[in-house]
Write a protein that binds this ligand. Structure first.
Ligand SMILES: CC(C)(COP(=O)(O)OP(=O)(O)OC[C@H]1O[C@@H](n2cnc3c(N)ncnc32)[C@H](O)[C@@H]1OP(=O)(O)O)[C@@H](O)C(=O)NCCC(=O)NCCS
Length: 187
């Protein structure tokens, strides 16, 4: 995948990014067996589109997105911003002033090709350049949970059955230098 370009989103990309959010949310909910939870899907879509608005409104200060492009098509996103309410709750306020990385979304047909890792690597590099020391990532999805476990190891916090029977909420809070090392060592 050496033709992937990681770059900042522009206004002309908004519609395509919204489509990507929709496709990834629908596919993820379907694969997790949550396809009937329409309201929750809409809620996540609204949250992500608001995050993107925040990025444009603050010129990347309040919220910062990166996108991955392959052959002129947007195939992935990632963003960083302040700790969300859910993160603060799930970490008993330990990480209320942390930086959270989220919206790591890769189009279904482009998953498992290293694009999520590339986005994470680029975001860590940007945060390190701002002297950020620590980052958190959270997930309630089983598939993403397996990806982060593989990359980041044991979660820092587990909220048992937060999303229902057998569906825990997992949070990883790590020194950025540690995450950077893992990702850099990935090659
Ligand atoms: C989670 C997600 C962002 C990962 O992105 P990706 O581009 O598919 O991941 P990568 O190809 O970079 O793989 C990262 C690592 O996870 C592993 N991995 C990928 N998919 C996996 C899966 N379904 N199960 C277990 N491990 C998996 C890869 O082998 C790789 O391991 P390595 O670094 O040791 O080689 C992507 O699958 C996605 O968009 N999922 C749907 C939305 C979502 O749940 N986002 C996360 C919200 S917290």
């Amino acid at each position: 995948m050496n033709k992937i370009v990681i770059r900042r989103p522009e206004k002309k990309d908004i519609c395509e990014i919204h489509n990507l959010f929709n496709l990834v949310i629908e596919d993820t909910f379907s694969r997790e067996g949550f396809e009937e939870l329409i309201e929750q899907m809409d809620g996540i879509f609204d949250e992500k589109t608001n995050y993107l608005k925040e990025d444009f409104a603050s010129k990347g200060v309040e919220r910062y997105f990166l996108i991955a492009e392959y052959e002129n098509k947007i195939v992935g996103t990632i963003e960083s911003g302040p700790s969300s309410k859910l993160l603060i709750e799930s970490t008993n306020k330990t990480y209320e002033n942390s930086i959270e990385i989220g919206t790591v979304f890769v189009l279904p047909e482009h998953q498992q090709l290293g694009i999520g890792s590339l986005l994470l690597k680029a975001m860590c590099k940007k945060l390190a350049s701002e002297n950020i020391k620590e980052i958190c990532i959270q997930s309630g999805y089983k598939i993403a949970g397996a990806v982060w476990r593989k990359k980041l190891g044991k979660p820092t916090f587990i909220v048992d059955e937060y999303w229902g029977e057998d569906y825990d909420h997992l949070v990883w809070c790590n020194q950025l230098s540690r995450v950077g090392d893992i990702i850099v060592n990935d090659g």
